[in-house]
Design a protein around this ligand. Structure first.
Ligand code: APR
Length: 316
C-alpha cells in the first residue's frame, strides 16, 4: 500500500530505509534516535561521525548495519517554538528531503516516525497533518511505499473536528437503525435508491471491466487512478490484465474514492466484486460519511479509519 499508518517500532520495519528523527550533531540522542542507534549498533555512529552533522529540515543517508532496513535517512526536525519560526516549512522539508533522497537512491520503501512530535515538542495533531499531506504530495508524483510508524496510539492525535463530525454521523445512523427496527420498517427503506442507469452499465461486467470503463468515463489516466486509490502500480497492472480479478473490499472502495463516485455508483462498483456498503459496518459508514460530503482525499479518509481502528483503504 503506497501510504499506510501503522503502530509499531520503526527499528523493526523491514523496508529499504527508515527515517531517524535526529539532532543536528547526528551523534545520537534519546527517543527514536536512541532506539535506532541501539538497534543498528556502533557502526552507525561511526558512519554518522563522518557526515559533519545535518541542518534542520535537511536529510543525510547512512547504511542500516544491524537494522532490518538497508539504510537510515537521518533528518533533523524543527524544535517547536510556538509556530512563528517557520517550523511548518522546516518539518515539511524533512519529509520531502528524506523522500527525495530515497527516490534518488532508487529505494522503494521508506518508514517514518512522527518527526519533531516528541522531545522537540511539535503538537502531535499538527505534526501528523504535515506528515500525511507532505508524504501524500510526493506520492502523487512517485511510486513508493511509505509507512508512518507510530510508537504508541496516543501519538496519533486526529483532527478533532473531523472525528466529532464522524461520531455524530455514526450516532445518527445508529438512531435511524433503531427507529427503523422499532417500527419494523424494512432496512431497504433507508437505503439510497439504486441508480438504474448505473445498474444497466454494470450488468454483465466484472469488477475489472466496470472499473476500467469508469476510469475512461471519468477521464482519468491509470496512474492518476491507482495513485488516488493508494494502490501500487503492480496491483493495478494485475487488475487491468485479469478480467476476473477479485479485489478485497477495502481495495474496491479505494477505487470508488479515487474515481470520486457518488453513493449509487460506489454500490454498483462494489456489487461487481460481490460487496455492498452496509450500515452495520463502521468502516463502510465512515467511508459513506466522506462520499456523502464529496470528500475524496484517501489519506484523510485513512487517517479517520486509523483513528477508529478500521482497515485502511488501498492495497489489501
Ligand atoms: N519507533 C517509532 N517511533 C518512535 C520510537 C520507535 N522506536 N521511539 C519514539 N518514537 C516516536 C515518539 O513517540 C514520537 O512520536 O518518535 C516520535 C519523535 O519523537 P523523538 O524521538 O523525541 O524525536 P523528536 O521529537 O524529533 O526530537 C528529536 O530527540 O532523541 C532526540 O536526538 C534526538 O535531539 C533529538 C530529538
Amino acid at each position: 500500500m503506497p501510504f499506510s499508518i501503522v503502530l509499531g517500532d520503526i527499528t523493526q520495519q523491514a523496508v529499504d530505509a527508515i527515517v531517524n528523527a535526529a539532532n543536528p550533531t547526528l551523534l545520537g540522542g534519546g527517543g527514536v534516535d536512541g532506539c535506532i542507534h541501539r538497534a543498528a549498533g556502533p557502526e552507525l555512529l561511526a558512519e554518522c561521525r563522518t557526515l559533519g552533522g545535518c541542518r534542520t529540515g535537511e536529510a543525510k543517508l547512512t547504511k542500516g548495519y544491524r537494522l532490518p532496513a538497508n539504510y537510515v535517512i537521518h533528518t533533523v526536525g524543527p524544535i517547536w517554538q510556538g509556530g512563528g519560526q517557520g517550523e511548518r516549512q522546516l518539518l515539511e522539508s524533512c519529509y520531502r528531503n528524506a523522500l527525495e533522497l530515497a527516490i534518488g537512491h532508487n529505494l522503494e520503501s521508506v518508514a517514518f516516525p512522527l518527526i519533531s512530535a516528541g522531545v522537540y515538542g511539535y503538537p502531535k495533531g499538527e505534526a501528523l497533518k504535515i506528515a500525511v499531506s507532505t508524504i501524500g504530495g510526493v506520492l502523487e508524483r512517485f511510486d513508493l511505499d511509505v509507512r508512518l510508524v507510530l510508537y504508541r496510539k496516543e501519538d496519533f492525535v486526529p483532527d478533532r473536528a473531523l472525528t466529532e463530525g464522524i461520531e455524530r454521523y455514526l450516532q445518527r445512523k445508529e438512531d435511524f437503525a433503531c427507529a427503523a427496527y422499532s417500527v419494523r420498517m424494512p432496512r431497504a427503506a433507508f437505503c439510497v435508491p439504486p441508480d438504474l442507469n448505473e445498474i444497466e452499465k454494470r450488468i454483465g461486467k466484472s469488477f475489472s471491466e466496470y472499473l476500467l470503463a469508469k476510469i475512461d468515463e471519468k477521464g482519468l489516466s491509470d496512474v492518476e487512478c491507482y495513485r488516488r486509490a493508494n494502490v501500487d502500480r503492480k496491483l493495478f497492472s494485475k487488475i487491468r490484465s485479469n478480467p476476473d480479478y477479485h479485489p478485497q473490499k477495502n481495495t474496491a472502495l479505494a477505487f470508488a474514492v479515487a474515481l470520486r463516485l457518488n453513493y449509487g455508483e460506489t454500490q454498483e462498483l462494489l456489487r461487481t466484486a460481490g460487496y455492498t456498503l452496509s450500515d452495520s459496518s463502521k468502516s463502510d459508514l465512515i467511508v459513506g460519511y466522506f462520499i456523502e460530503r464529496g470528500e475524496f482525499d484517501i489519506y484523510r479518509i485513512n487517517e479517520a479509519l486509523f483513528g477508529f481502528d478500521q482497515k485502511l483503504l488501498g492495497q489489501a
